[in-house]
Design a protein around this ligand. Structure first.
Ligand code: DGY
Length: 327
């Protein structure tokens, strides 16, 4: 095919090369040349001439942005969560939207456990103390944390990632409670018990969030919910920041309403709510849930595969708005 009739694809940030190779073999590909998130004007400029868009969870793809290009056929999100895209607006405009489910489940569940263990066993505080030359020998009272084995884990959102977190909890002999819109049959494999949100918050020693961000789940954890938690309990969030009212969380951590928090995501990402960074009873990561080379590479090839299928007139394997294909 001569280059002047190749379809055009815009990629909003460099992703692992195998995904880019798949696109570059077929299409004229423009990649954001900057090592940063594009602003709205830059996004619009890139989308204007594209048949396909490969974007990130940091790109807000609104109806206004879609309207700059009536020829846009597909928005392939490089993430499982797609709350950054106005899917209803895309469907109205006949644009397919795809995501990358499954391939990041284990990496995100692993990082959830890394945060849970780091905050409850004070790993980051211990590392800082040691590096600062303040380790003066074994001390019976130094940096006492909390047991994990045998405790109760409360999982909010028992989808793929919630289940992978539960699977790991079995090895820690934990009692597992979960809350979702309805009971999830797979949860029985882990002897996880379906309970109300309030019951979960009152009983769990660790509360971990794995729900998608929607109008119903925004601020699912706010002051009232934090007050229901045990004073000895920890909150872990590797899902989406706005599930938590971050100001209420900072206050709860300052006032000792809960024991600590392990966070990978933030309400106003990448900005942190005032006071959060100064709290010793938190472990704060820069949205690393899926950040392994293997996983990010699988996400890249999956996102590219979705985009290619759509541009070749096929149904993409991970289409989130199948209604777009109905007449
Ligand atoms: C996702 O895919 O939604 C994750 O947050 C990316 O790490």
């Amino acid at each position: 095919m001569s280059s002047n009739c190749k379809k055009k694809v815009f990629v909003t940030r460099r992703i692992p090369q195998p995904g880019l190779d798949m696109l570059q073999e077929r299409y004229e590909v423009v990649i954001n040349p900057h090592n940063r998130v594009l602003n709205k004007d830059e996004l619009i400029d890139g989308i204007r001439a594209a048949d396909g868009l490969l974007c990130l969870l940091t790109d807000e793809i609104t109806a206004e942005i879609m309207d700059v290009n009536p020829n846009l056929k597909v928005i392939s999100n490089y993430a499982v969560g797609y709350n950054n895209i106005d899917v209803a607006a895309a469907t109205q405009r006949g644009i397919m939207v795809t995501n990358t489910p499954g391939v990041l489940t284990d990496a995100t569940a692993d990082l959830t456990w890394a945060l849970l263990m780091a905050v409850s066993r004070r790993v980051v505080e211990g590392d800082a103390l040691t590096r600062a030359g303040r380790f003066m020998g074994w001390d019976p009272m130094l940096l006492l944390g909390s047991d994990i084995s045998g405790k109760t884990l409360g999982i909010i959102g028992m989808g793929r990632i919630g289940q992978a977190v539960a699977r790991r909890a079995v090895g820690f002999d934990m009692k597992i409670l979960y809350y979702d819109k309805a009971p999830v049959p797979e949860a029985e494999k882990y002897k996880a018990e379906f309970v109300s949100l309030d019951e979960l918050l009152q009983e769990a020693d660790f509360v971990t969030l794995h729900a998608p961000l929607t109008d119903e789940t925004r601020h699912i954890i706010s002051r009232r919910e934090l007050q229901l938690m045990k004073r000895t309990a920890y909150l872990i969030n590797t899902a989406r920041g706005p599930l938590v009212d971050e100001k209420a969380l900072v206050e709860a951590l300052q006032e000792g309403i809960i024991a600590g928090a392990g966070l990978d995501v933030y309400e106003y990402e990448p900005r942190l709510t005032d006071g959060l960074a100064g709290l010793p009873n938190t472990v704060l990561l820069p949205h690393l849930g899926s950040a392994t080379l293997e996983t990010r590479t699988k996400m890249a090839t999956m996102a590219a595969g979705n985009l290619i299928a759509a541009l070749e007139g096929k149904r993409p394997p991970n289409l989130v708005n199948p209604e777009v294909l109905q007449d």
